[in-house]
Design a protein around this ligand. Structure first.
Ligand code: FAD
Ligand code: SF4
Length: 466
C-alpha cells in the first residue's frame, strides 16, 4: 500500500461537473466522475484511522477505510466488492447519499481540512466495476422456501438480493411498470442515471430473482392469499402518498404533487427531452413549494423542461433549507430563484381554473421551535403574489395505507408506518416483515437498503427455525 499523505498535504479532489448553462438544457448527469488519477490521490488523503469515525456515520456500516485503502492500492474491483459486502447499491449511494451529514461529517480529516470525499470515491469505484467487470454467476443451493417481496424500491431490492444468496426462491411484485422504486420514478436522471439502476436490477435477475410488474398487492392480488402462498413476505412499499397544504386552489389545473410531477417526467420519458418530444406539459413559470431534496429535484426538472422562471417558495431562510447543500448550490447555479420567508396562502386561478399565481404570506423568523429551528411568523398585512402557471407541492409524503387498511393484523404507528421489530424487521403479523420508507416514513436510500438487508436476515432466522 502506498504511504498515506500527511494530514492536509493533498487538497480534496474536486469532481468536475458540467457547466450550469449546458446542463440547464438537458437531463444528462451533472458530475463527470473522478479519473483514476484523482481517485488514487483522494484515497491517499484517508489516514486509515484506528477508530474510523466515518463508519459510525454510515447507516450501512460500509468498511470505509478498507475500501479506500484498496482504492489507494489501485485495486478498484476489490474495493467495489468490499463496499458491496454491506451496501447493495453503491452507484446510487455514491451519488445520492447525504454524506455531508453522515460519514464525511465524522471524518477526522474534516476537523481541520475538507473531509475525505468518501461518496465520490464510492461513485468512482461502483462506476469502475460496472464498466470493467462481468457479473459473477451466483452458485447457491436452493432451500425450497418461497419469499414474496412487495415493492421494488431499494428496500425490496436489497432484501431480495440477500435472500437469493441464501437459497430462497424470491419474487418481487411491483405496482408500476418500472423496477427501482423512487430511484427510477422519483430521483431525476441528472442525479441518478436510470441505466445504473437497471444494471443492478439485471444483476439481480441473473442471480435468479423473479419480478412481476404492474402488480398492486392489496388490489390486483389479495394480501391474505399472498401470505398463504409464500413462506414469508417483505413489505417494501415506500411512502408514496403525497401531503398537500390544504389551501384554496389546490384543485386547479397546473397544481401537482412533486411525486406526480417527477413520476410523469421519469416514466413518460420526458427526461429524454429535448432529443425526444414529450406529452408532459412544459410550463413557463413554475413555483415549487418546499425546501427539501424533492423540491430541488422538482425545480431543477422544471428548468430542464424549458421553464423561463422557476421559484422555490420556502417559509424559512436559506440557512434552514433541509435539502443537501450540493443540490441547493446546483439549483441556484441553474437559475432557480429562491423566495425565502414566504408561506403559501392560496393558489390563484383564472376563469378556466388554470393556475395564474401563488399567493404568499411574507414571514419573519421568531424563536426556535421544539426541533430547534426558528419558527416562521407571519408579518401582518404583507401578502405577495408570484405569477406562475404551475405549482408543484413538495412538502412530504407518507406511506400508502392500501394494504394496512385491509389487514388489521398489521400494526400501524400514528405516522402510518408499519410497526416492526428492531432486530429482525418483523411486523405484528406472523411471517410478514417490513422496512424502508414504509416502516420509517420518508427517509433515505441507504436506510432503506439497510432495512431490506435486516429483514432478509430476519426472514432467514424466522424460516430457519421452522
Ligand atoms: P420506494 O423507493 O418508494 O419503493 C417502493 C416501491 O413499492 C415503489 O416502486 C412502489 O411502486 C411499490 N409499491 C407500493 N405499494 C405497492 C403495492 N401495494 N404493491 C406492489 N408494489 C407497491 N434519498 C436519499 O438518500 N438521497 C436523495 O438524494 C434522495 N432524493 C429523493 C428525491 C425524491 C424525488 C424522492 C421522492 C425521494 C428521495 N430520497 C432520497 C428518498 C429515497 O428515495 C427513499 O427514502 C427510498 O427510495 C425509500 O426506499 P423504499 O424501497 O422504502 O421505497
Ligand atoms: Fe479515512 Fe476519514 Fe474514515 Fe479516518 S475518518 S478512516 S481519515 S475516511
Amino acid at each position: 500500500m502506498p504511504p498515506r499523505s500527511k494530514l492536509g498535504e493533498i487538497p480534496r479532489q474536486d469532481m468536475p461537473t458540467r457547466s450550469a448553462e449546458e446542463r440547464r438544457m438537458d437531463f444528462k448527469e451533472v458530475p463527470l466522475g473522478y479519473t483514476e488519477e484523482q481517485a488514487l490521490k483522494e484515497a491517499l488523503r484517508c489516514l486509515d484511522c484506528k477508530v474510523p469515525h466515518c463508519m459510525e456515520g454510515c447507516p450501512a456500516k460500509v468498511k470505509i477505510p478498507e475500501f479506500i485503502g484498496l482504492v489507494a492500492d489501485g485495486k478498484f474491483l476489490e474495493a467495489a466488492k468490499k463496499i458491496k459486502e454491506t451496501n447493495a447499491l453503491p452507484a446510487a449511494c455514491g451519488r445520492v447519499c447525504p454524506q455531508e451529514t453522515q460519514c464525511e461529517e465524522r471524518c477526522v480529516v474534516g476537523k481541520k481540512f475538507e473531509p475525505v470525499a468518501i461518496g465520490k470515491l464510492e461513485m468512482f469505484v461502483a462506476d469502475y466495476e460496472r464498466k470493467n467487470s462481468e457479473h459473477e454467476d451466483l452458485k447457491v443451493e436452493q432451500n425450497g422456501k418461497k419469499v414474496c417481496v412487495i415493492g421494488a424500491g431499494p428496500a425490496g431490492l436489497a432484501c431480495a438480493g440477500d435472500l437469493i444468496k441464501l437459497g430462497y426462491d424470491v419474487i418481487v411484485l411491483e405496482a408500476l411498470h418500472t423496477i427501482g422504486g423512487v430511484l427510477m420514478y422519483g430521483i431525476p436522471e441528472f442525479r441518478l442515471p436510470k441505466e445504473l439502476v437497471a444494471h443492478e436490477v439485471e444483476n439481480l435477475k441473473r442471480d435468479g430473482v423473479k419480478f412481476k410488474i404492474n402488480e398492486v398487492a392489496g388490489i390486483s392480488i389479495d394480501f391474505g392469499e399472498l401470505r398463504k402462498e409464500y413462506d414469508a413476505v417483505f413489505l417494501g412499499t415506500g411512502a408514496g402518498l403525497p401531503l398537500f397544504l390544504n389551501v384554496p386552489g389546490e384543485h386547479l389545473c397546473g397544481v401537482y404533487s412533486a411525486n406526480e410531477y417527477l413520476t410523469r417526467v421519469n416514466l413518460m420519458g420526458a427526461y429524454k427531452f429535448p432529443e425526444v418530444d414529450t406529452p408532459v406539459i412544459r410550463h413557463k413559470k413554475v413555483a415549487v413549494l418546499g425546501g427539501g431534496n424533492v423540491a430541488m429535484d422538482a425545480c431543477r426538472t422544471a428548468v430542464r423542461l424549458g421553464a423561463e422562471k422557476v421559484y422555490i417558495v420556502y417559509r424559512r431562510t436559506e440557512k434552514e433549507l433541509p435539502a443537501r447543500l450540493e443540490e441547493i448550490h446546483h439549483a441556484m447555479e441553474e437559475g432557480v430563484e429562491f423566495r425565502f420567508l414566504r408561506a403559501p396562502l392560496e393558489v390563484v386561478g383564472d376563469e378556466n381554473d388554470n393556475v395564474v399565481a401563488i399567493r404568499t404570506q411574507v414571514m419573519e423568523l421568531g424563536e426556535p421551535d421544539e426541533d430547534g429551528r426558528r419558527k416562521p411568523i407571519a408579518v401582518e398585512g404583507k401578502i405577495e403574489d408570484i405569477e406562475v402557471d404551475a405549482v408543484i407541492i413538495a412538502i412530504g409524503t407518507t406511506p400508502n395505507p392500501l394494504i394496512a387498511r385491509k389487514v388489521p393484523e398489521l400494526k400501524i404507528s400514528k405516522k402510518g408506518t408499519y410497526v416492526i421489530d428492531e432486530e429482525t424487521g418483523e411486523t405484528s403479523m406472523d411471517g410478514v416483515f417490513a422496512g424502508g420508507d414504509a416502516a420509517r416514513g420518508a427517509a433515505t436510500v441507504i436506510l432503506a437498503i439497510g432495512d431490506g438487508k435486516r429483514a432478509a436476515y430476519g426472514i432467514d432466522k424466522y424460516l430457519s427455525a421452522k
